[in-house]
Design a protein around this ligand. Structure first.
Ligand code: NAD
Ligand code: WQD
Length: 347
């Protein structure tokens, strides 16, 4: 079976994707600096897969010597790396406006280091974590892959830049690059076992972790950012997708890249429809039978009214479709929270 290097595999989307790949028999080598994650997530992934076909190392993708040793050791072991799934990066929009240099360094310089070493070892297959945030402010929904790329923050700029680098690579000799840029919309949910999930450090920025902390009594109420948007109930509309559906899309993307000639795939990953903040709060509270108090607050700077994906191309190219409902997303998130009230730091 193919050997895959997973960068950032200890994180939220990476850990779930590792489970899905291990279940399909892939051999995984995972690297992570743990700057935004915990080694406990990988220990659990290991246990959940009976310790088979999984190895991990602590290290930074900007460290060329470290990356080189990963590829050369794999060859010496007789199990070279066939492909890379590149999750490692920093992902907070607000933080990226405060420390832009760090975002450009980790997300862009780190990616260049990775691609250089891949080229050195003739490993030309890569799945890259891009983001719907690169579309910027668009009022045309559903958003197709050929919509205008116009990021409005350093985080989005860094993701758009890496996509551009990958596009340039795909046009370069020896014309062997097999690349998938996957543009995630709003990944949420957790593994149904309740053993792995999203574990943001500090006060969360995103809606789901925020709701979970309010339901768990750690925060008093959700501040709903704006009730005067031009949407069904005045609150912001987004495309929430279960993290395990995303994980399955990564497996399908790898299989597609392995099976087809060299190509550059650019695909949206979402559910293909939008839900409002109030719809999410109400669904969470109904399916989990818990209180989620909220108040209306001012709009958050940089927010847009509506964003949801056109996923026709992903369905067609990957033979994939999202299977899990918004109820599943709310239930699985809550199970993770109940089992791990303070994330991976819980006993
Ligand atoms: P995450 O922070 O949970 O995972 C990222 C992982 O990368 C973490 O484990 C972190 O420790 C690691 N990492 C960061 N910098 C590193 C470095 N220099 N070297 C090695 N490891 C490093 O985030 P996630 O939600 O799992 O996101 C994964 C990827 O998907 C990211 O690239 C993110 O930008 C992208 N993405 C996420 C979302 C989302 O809402 N979660 C949406 C769109 C795109
Ligand atoms: C969703 C909705 C908020 C928190 C972000 C990034 C994007 C991607 C996914 C990485 C919006 C509202 C939120 C709260 C609220 N990440 N909200 N109260 O902004 O769609 O996307 O995460 O690539 O790049 O920008 O997600 O979860 O922050 O917000 O009312 O406390 O919930 O206004 O309408 P967003 P989100």
């Amino acid at each position: 079976m193919n050997r895959i290097l997973v960068t950032g595999g200890a994180g939220f989307i990476g850990s779930h994707t590792c489970i899905t790949l291990l279940e399909s028999g892939y051999d995984l080598l995972i690297i992570d600096s743990f700057i935004n994650s915990s080694e406990v997530s990988l220990k659990r992934v290991k246990e959940m897969s009976d310790n088979k076909n999984i190895n991990y190392l602590k290290g930074d993708i900007r460290n060329l010597e470290f990356l080189d040793s990963i590829f050369s050791n794999a060859i010496q072991e007789g199990k070279p790396i066939d492909a890379v799934i590149h999750f490692a990066g920093l992902k907070s929009v607000s933080e990226s406006t405060k420390i832009p240099l760090t975002y450009w360094d980790v997300n862009v310089v780190g990616s260049i280091a990775l691609f250089s070493i891949m080229r050195k070892y003739k490993c030309y297959t890569i799945v890259f974590s891009s983001s719907a945030t690169i579309y910027g402010n668009t009022d045309k929904v559903p958003i197709k892959e050929d919509s205008l790329i116009s990021p409005i923050n350093p985080y989005g700029e860094s993701k758009a830049t890496v996509e551009k680098i990958l596009s340039d690579l795909s046009l370069s000799a020896p014309f062997d690059w097999r690349i998938a840029c996957l543009r995630y919309f709003n990944p949420v949910g957790a593994h149904p076992s309740g053993r792995i999930g999203e574990d943001p450090l500090g006060i969360p920025n995103n809606l789901f972790p925020y709701i979970t902390n309010v339901a768990g009594g750690q925060i008093k109420q959700v501040e709903v950012f704006g009730n005067d948007w031009p949407t069904q109930d005045g609150t912001g509309v987004r495309d929430y997708v279960h993290v395990l559906d995303l994980a399955e899309a990564h497996k399908s993307a790898l299989e597609c890249l392995f099976a087809e000639p060299a190509q550059l795939l650019i695909l949206n990953l979402g559910n293909g429809f939008g839900l409002s903040v109030l719809e999410i709060i109400n669904t969470f509270s109904r399916v989990n039978n818990c209180e989620v108090p909220y108040v209306f607050a001012a709009r958050r700077p940089g927010d847009i009214a509506i964003s949801y994906a056109d996923i026709a191309l992903s369905k067609a190219r990957l033979n994939w479709y999202p299977k899990r409902s918004i109820e599943d997303m709310c239930r699985d998130t809550w199970r993770w929270k109940l089992n791990n009230p303070i994330g991976y730091r819980s006993k």
